[in-house]
Design a protein around this ligand. Sequence first.
Ligand code: HEC
Ligand code: HEC
Length: 362
Amino acid sequence: MGLCYKLFRADVRPHGSEGMDVEGLGKLARWDRPPRAHVGSGGFDPWFVGTSSAQEASPAQPIWTVPEIGALPSNTYGRLVRRGRDLITATYAYIGPEVADRAKRFAGNNLACSNCHLQAGTKKFGIPLFGLFGAFPHYSARSGAQITIEDRINFCMTRSMNGRPLPAGVPEMQALVSYIKFLSTGVSPGQLLPGMGTGKMPELDRAADPARGETGYANACVACHGPDGAGIRRSLPTTDLGYMMPPLWGNDSFNDGAGMARLITAANFLHFNMPHGVDYLNPQLSPEQAWDIAAYVVSRPRPHKAGLEKDFPDLLEKPVDAPYGPYADGFSEQQHKYGPFAPIRAAIAKLKAEQKGTPAPR
Ligand code: HEC
Ligand code: HEC
C-alpha cells in the first residue's frame, strides 16, 4: 500500500497551467502526465484504488472515486441526475438542432457533450466534469468577470455546441448542473483531483505543421472521422440519433470560439484520448504527431462565432493559443494558432512585468 500511495502522490503533482485553460479551475487543477512508473509497476492507476487502501495509505488524503449513478434511488433527485447524464451523452436528442420541439433547439450542432467530455465526463484527461463543482463561481479571464457553473456550461453551449445559452431556469440546465454536482460528491472544498482537463505533453519548439498533420490524419483518424472530417452519423439521412463518429470540422462541428479549436487543448486531447480508446497510460500518438494532427484539425473550416474580439478583455490574460485576435504581444495570428508558444509567453511575461513597473526578468 505504501508503494501505491507513493505513486498516487506522484500523480497529483500540480504544475503551472499557463495557456491551458482560462476558466480559472484549470489554473489550479492541471497535472503533468503521470510518470511512466505507473505503467511499469503493473499499470497502477489511482482511479481504481478502493477506499480501504486509501484509508491504509493515509487518512488525511482519501482517494476519491467516481460516484455510482446506478445506486441513486428512483426519486426526484435520482431522476434529475440521470436526466443530466443523458443530456451529456445524448445532447442532440434533447436540445439538438433537430428535436421536434423548436423551443428546445438550444444546441446548434448534433454533438453530445460526451463526445469531448469522455465517458460521460468521468475519464481522466478526457476533459472530465468531476470534482469541479465546488470551484464555481470563479473568475473567468474570458469574460473578465465572475462566472457561475451555468455560465461555464453556456460557454460550451455557444461555442462547442455552436448554439444558444440555456436559461438558468429550464429543466435541462437544472439537470446538467445536478449531474455535474453529483460528479463532485465527496470532493472537499479546494480538493484537486488528478486527471483534470486534457493533460499536458511537451511542446514543440517549431510551429505545428498542418501539412504533416494531414498525412497523420489520413493514417490515424480518417477511418472514423472521414476524409472531410464530417464523422459518421448513426442514422442516415437524419442526424436525430447523433453521431457514431463525431465531426471534427464543417457545419455540424464546434465553432472557432471553442476550446477544442485551440491548438494546445486539441493536441493534448488527441495525445491522451485518440484514436478512440487510448488513455493517458497508453497514448498512441507521439507528441509530435499529436501537435501536427491537431494543427491540421484546427486549420479546417468551421462555423464562426460573432464577437470573439470581445473575449478576454485583459489581453495579457488571453491564452497564447487563442486563434483569434486582438493580441497584446505583437505576434501574428498564425503564430498564436500554430506556435511555437514559448516566445509569445516570454513577450507576455515582459509586458506584465512592465505593467507592474518592474524590469522584465531576462
Ligand atoms: C467540442 C468539444 C466539447 C463539447 C462538445 C463540449 N465541451 Fe465542455 N469543454 C470543452 C473544452 C475544450 C473545455 C475546456 C477544458 C480545458 O480547458 O482543459 C470544456 C470545459 C467545460 C466545463 C468546465 C470544465 C472545467 O474544468 O472547469 C464544463 C462544465 C463543460 N465544458 C460543460 C459542457 C457541457 C454541459 C457540454 C454539452 C452541453 C459541453 N461541455 C460540450 C470541450 C467541449
Ligand atoms: C476508432 C475510431 C476513431 C479513431 C481512429 C479516431 N477517433 Fe476521434 N473520436 C471517435 C469517437 C467515437 C469520438 C467520440 C467519443 C465519445 O463520444 O465517447 C471521438 C472524438 C473526437 C474528438 C472530440 C469530439 C469532436 O467531434 O471534436 C476529436 C477532436 C477527435 N475525436 C479527433 C480525432 C483525431 C484527430 C483522430 C486521429 C488521431 C481520431 N480522433 C481518431 C472515434 C475515433
